[in-house]
Ligand binder design. Structure first.
Ligand SMILES: [Zn+2]
Length: 234
């Protein structure tokens, strides 16, 4: 019963956000059509109704060329690199600053994590994003999720997970104290523990071991990357 109520509350907040976004789009379209200011402001608070704030985003693909991740129907490292590059290109095309890292050098897990963490630290960025894919022994395990460490990053993670579910992935159940579907809290991941000074999210796009997930992923790659880019820059 409690889970059901949480689910309903989550859906209501999502619908409210969607409605607000839709109204903002309609107002914006009218103003463009009438040749008015493209970034209208709310006179009460002098706050923009639709802001196009440029974000600086640092994205890295999980694991490395010589430190491979999960292998299933598809390969985690290969696909994480594809998603990373495509999302970065979309963000750059939309006017955001986006830098990308793939570890081609490290030969063990420790060096790999140090390389990824060191690279993120060296970037001038607002957000750190780590792209991974999930895997499990049973091919029935499926779904998408976004992992956060600090509770203040929970809405960011939930938004990213929700964006990926738009192509058909199931949102994984909330875990470890997170109350939001698709957003999992973890405090045992070194990349998240080491980079706490920025908003951060570790994305588990889907299961490389799930035939259902892989089919959705292959058929919707482009729109999936577009949705992720939108959520990362929001
Ligand atoms: Zn991984």
């Amino acid at each position: 019963m409690k889970k059901f109520l949480q689910f309903i509350l989550f859906k209501v907040s999502y619908w409210r956000e969607s409605l607000r976004e839709a109204l903002s789009e309609i107002i914006w379209c009218f103003q463009i059509a009438l040749g008015m200011e493209m970034k209208p402001t709310n006179p009460e608070h002098d706050m923009p109704l639709k802001v196009s704030v440029k974000k600086k985003i640092a994205i890295s693909s999980g694991h490395g060329l010589h430190v491979r991740g999960a292998k299933g129907i598809i390969d985690e490292v290969d696909e994480a690199r594809r998603v990373t590059d495509r999302v970065a290109k979309i963000l750059t095309d939309r006017g955001h600053e986006c830098v990308v890292f793939h570890d081609d050098v490290s030969c063990n897990a420790d060096d790999n994590l140090n390389a990824i963490i060191g690279w993120h630290r060296a970037q001038d960025r607002d957000r750190d994003v780590f792209i991974h894919f999930n895997a499990f022994d049973a091919p029935t395990a499926h779904g998408t999720e976004a992992i956060f460490r600090d509770v203040c990053d929970k809405p960011f993670a939930a938004r990213v997970a929700e964006s990926m579910s738009k192509v058909g992935f199931r949102l994984r159940p909330a875990q470890n104290g997170s109350t939001m579907l698709g957003a999992a809290k973890r405090s045992d991941l070194r990349v998240l523990n080491s980079l706490t000074d920025r908003e951060e999210v570790l994305i588990e796009v889907c299961f490389v071991t799930s035939p259902r997930d892989v089919q959705i992923y292959n058929e919707n790659f482009e729109s999936l990357c577009g949705h992720i880019a939108t959520a990362l820059a929001e």
